[in-house]
Design a protein around this ligand. Structure first.
Ligand code: SF4
Length: 382
């Protein structure tokens, strides 16, 4: 396990009230500052000349890479350093791959289906990461072969290339056996830094009942497969596990947020209604879904609020009249839209006077507290 700043500090002169306490020779103002920097690996341990061998040994063990990182073209797997996401973050998303048999009669249609599959994600669109081609030599059609080799929409490797990867490959014969192996190998790699388990682990999922496969794959993504290879491609299952994976592999220290900007729903024109909210992803998607489903042309102005929800942003002074005013200017709202009425979240009703003072050429109207009431609000008030 990586050492925290406090754990490091305990071994430094200041904690032991020894000579050289807070001497600043390392360039840090105090031993504590050095410890905090060292924990984040922002300074070299050798910068402090007074570190004892015990700490040197503990520290070098703690920063030793628990799991190797393996590259598959642009994809990275492994390189994880923690057992639980909240300790820091998981680094490289579980690669989700499909093994395709080139000798199969429906090879071309499956290839097309997989490479064109895409679902909308918060920051990027989600796709199958990798196709592994079995029996590539059986492709006689040069047109298909060229397409396979030039297809840039998804990473493709041959089975031979896959077998050469420096990864630990296991076959999912039995859920309990696979689950126990994944947990044991990750625990040994992270806690014990046992090099026997330092390779990323790939699970080959066998064909079977789709619900069972989806349930097992979901578990393996959470604990602790670095890669899953499926023999079949199923859109519903991939949509489910890709979404799950996005949630597991977000950085818990960074709130999920969308870009601040002007979003359009149902082909609005210059006179369409305008709503306002923050860039917290959950808030944005709740409001966006309602506006989309209302079948009324509308705009949504999204304020940059460091990914905070409406009330949190207001209390942290990330949603002020000044920020709203600057956002409207930055987005050239006055040129793009003739409407001079903006519907604000109901939770910010207390800001109405402040907004009117700061932005006198707009009329601000208090909307709903809940996104789910937006459709009714549009019907009755707009
Ligand atoms: Fe503390 Fe070592 Fe830095 Fe001196 S050089 S302040 S003893 S960490």
């Amino acid at each position: 396990m990586e050492m925290s700043g406090l754990q490091i500090f305990k071994y430094l002169p200041a904690a032991k009230k020894e000579e050289h306490s807070n001497c600043k020779e390392c360039g840090c103002p105090t031993c504590m500052a050095f410890a905090l920097k060292l924990a984040k690996q922002n300074i070299e341990i050798k910068e402090c000349p007074y570190i004892k061998d015990e700490l040197k040994e503990l520290y070098s063990h703690s920063v030793k890479h628990a799991q190797e990182t393996v590259l598959i073209g642009d994809l990275k797997i492994g390189g994880e350093n923690v057992l639980y996401r909240h300790e820091k973050t998981f680094i490289n998303r579980t690669v989700l791959a499909v093994a395709l048999d080139c000798s199969s009669h429906n090879f071309e249609s499956e290839l097309k289906k997989i490479s064109e599959f895409e679902i909308k994600g918060v920051k990027e669109n989600l796709k199958v990461d990798l196709i592994i081609l079995k029996n590539l030599k059986d492709i006689n059609d040069t047109k298909i072969l060229n397409r396979v080799q030039n297809d840039k929409s998804v990473s493709i490797i041959t089975l031979e290339e896959f077998n050469k990867l420096e990864i630990d490959i296991i076959i999912d014969e039995n859920f309990k056996v696979t689950k126990d192996y994944l947990i044991t190998s990750r625990t040994k790699a992270i806690i014990e830094k046992d090099e026997t388990y330092s390779k990323p682990v790939c699970v080959l999922m066998k064909k079977g009942n789709i619900y069972e496969t989806c349930a097992k794959a979901s578990y393996y993504i959470c604990k602790y497969a670095n890669m899953l290879v499926f023999e079949d491609f199923d859109e519903a299952m991939f949509s489910t596990i890709l979404r799950l994976r996005e949630n597991i592999y977000t950085d818990p220290q960074k709130p999920l947020q969308v870009e601040s900007g002007l979003y359009e729903f149902n082909s609005p024109d210059k006179n369409s209604i305008v709503f306002l909210t923050t860039n917290f992803a959950l808030t944005y998607f709740a409001v966006a879904n309602e506006l989309d489903g209302a079948n009324v042309p509308s705009y949504l102005v999204v304020i940059p609020a460091d990914g905070m929800s409406v009330l949190t942003a207001w209390s942290a002074e990330k949603f002020t009249a000044d920020i709203v005013s600057r956002t409207l200017n930055r987005l050239d709202i006055r040129d793009k839209i003739s409407t001079r009425k903006i519907i604000i979240p109901g939770l910010l009703a207390h800001m109405i006077d402040e907004l009117k003072d700061e932005i006198p050429d707009f009329d601000f109207v208090v909307g709903t507290n809940e996104a789910s009431d937006i459709k009714e609000f549009i019907k009755t008030k707009c």
